[in-house]
Design a protein around this ligand. Structure first.
Ligand SMILES: [Zn+2]
Length: 92
């Protein structure tokens, strides 16, 4: 594993900071409170129930990662952040 591919603790810290913003405290799909998962390919926070649905779609559509259990790579983090900012821009 190269240095660039190594998971970044700073990245997951940034995600957790964003999760504490009021607009992110509910699941993007079903509005359940306190989501603990995120899709790195879509840029949303989701709950455990919707996590299963996203996983069934396949990682080419939605790559689900835990905010507490998984270490995100820089690439996953920047992709997630790019989508998250885009969705906020359009108020979605
Ligand atoms: Zn949900």
């Amino acid at each position: 594993m190269s240095v660039q591919e190594r998971p970044s603790r700073a990245s997951t810290r940034k995600l957790k900071e964003l999760l504490h913003k009021s607009e992110n405290r509910i699941c993007a799909d079903c509005c359940a409170p306190d989501p603990k998962w995120a899709s790195s390919t879509i840029g949303v926070f989701i709950c455990i129930k919707c996590c299963g649905v996203h996983r069934s779609l396949g990682t080419h559509i939605s790559k689900v990662l835990s905010l507490t259990l998984d270490d995100w790579s820089e690439e996953e983090m920047s992709l997630w952040l790019r989508w998250w900012k885009l969705l906020r821009q359009f108020n979605l």
